[in-house]
Design a protein around this ligand. Sequence first.
Ligand code: ADP
Ligand code: ADP
Length: 234
Amino acid sequence: PPAVEFRDVRFAYRRGQQDDRTQVLHGVSFSVPARGLTAVVGPSGAGKSTLFQLIERFYATDGGRILLGGQPVDALPLDTVRGLVGYVQQDSAAMRGTVRENLTYANPHAGEDDIREAVEMAGLATVVAGLPQGLDTELGDQGSGLSGGQRQRLCIARTLLQKPAVMLLDEATSHLDSDSERDFRDVLRRVSRQCAVVAIAHRISTVIDAEQIVVLEEGSVRATGAHQELMERD
Ligand code: ADP
Ligand code: ADP
């Protein structure tokens, strides 16, 4: 089955009173294949983060269904959902302690081989090798010593160690130069061979080779397809 399936999903945030609601998603349908990169693009306020939060079951849908690996997400135990869905948290304040501690905090039982593999997939092998004490180097507050792109890739490696079926990430690459952007693209390519990756993309250039781009506007899917297909349609 697909990693994630949205079937006619409707959602409104509740603000206090029962009838004070803003409809945010108006019948969203699309599937995320078990492997490959799905990019979600669209203007601010379109509902992209809301999609993520529904996949993680922070909220319940008001209509339609979300399936995770073929199972309705609201019928799965929350722990199962948390295991299946890896959200790449980019909170640099969490980056205290050593590289290893940062990597294993979602999975304290990760073995050395898994750690090495995740570091390689995230394109951090040479970075780690160049640190004074390798994996046991103290990062200091906000991951000092690592660039923004390297910190982001450390967060991806950490999420990989969770071995999720689907990885959610918000590109948030305002600080990336073009070299880092290329590294990031390579990382997404490698990771998306291991699990489904859904990325909120702010720049089309980072996800130009995504298998699927979902264009979300005002809570509705306007188009889905690979970049070339979307261009031909316009
Ligand atoms: P995007 O990620 O595409 O920028 P969001 O999913 O964050 O869009 O937001 C979609 C809409 O839902 C926006 O109008 C936003 O103001 C509203 N919204 C987001 N989070 C909340 C919330 N916690 N409570 C109420 N409204 C929210
Ligand atoms: P900023 O945009 O200022 O960096 P935050 O870092 O607080 O704001 O969050 C960025 C977005 O990521 C927000 O829209 C928030 O809803 C979303 N977000 C934060 N944590 C999670 C999570 N675990 N799952 C899905 N979305 C999240």
